[in-house]
Design a protein around this ligand. Sequence first.
Ligand code: UDP
Length: 228
Amino acid sequence: MKRILLKLSGEALAGEKHQGFDEATVIGVAKQVKQLVDAGTQVGIVIGGGNFWRGRSSETIDRTKADQIGMLATVMNCIYVSEIFRYVGMKTAVLTPFECGSMTKLFSKDRANKYFSRDMVVFFAGGTGHPYFSTDTATVLRAIEIEAEGIYLAKAVDGVYDSDPKVNPDAKKYDEISIQEVIDKKLAVVDLTASIMCMENKMPMFVFGLNETNSIVESVNGKFSGTK
Ligand code: UDP
């Protein structure tokens, strides 16, 4: 059974609005994930929180509290996307590393495995549960814990470039790049903590553009045109 971890950025859910949710975008993602699930792939999902809040952006309030708000933003995102997934016909569960009462279930590897075995899409909400971390790090951590075959990183840009393609029209896209090179060249695909964890645990990562047609399905099924 193929098991993958899909990371969606918070901004990706917001579409053109850059804030909150863009329902059409999320329904589009849900329909693609359904194709994967129907074909027998087990899909875990981590979602960022940037469409609502970023802890480090606040210059006034305490960072730990600001990060708690960020983690709760990711919980809101996961509950919303989970419900859209149900709307298109999938079974879902939302797991968090801290208690959210009856809204989510507490994360454990055994619980995640139980849900995967019931053909459910499992959302890993709330990041790592700790401030000063990111959902990039949560993505790598959960991917390693659930023994995913790889991380699929759906981004606004269609892969990893040697410079920002929005600023430099001559930016070169990599088909393949090592995490060491990503770190050395400061390409910031994922943050440094996540990069190191990924490298130490030899977790493959596939970076692709969410806006390309059917890109989630094609990337997972080997028709990959992003950066590995
Ligand atoms: N966050 C956190 N711990 C985690 C994951 C996320 O404190 O393990 C908080 C942090 O404030 C972050 C926000 O949640 O800014 C949203 O997460 P995301 O990874 O999208 O943030 P980004 O890396 O874009 O700031």
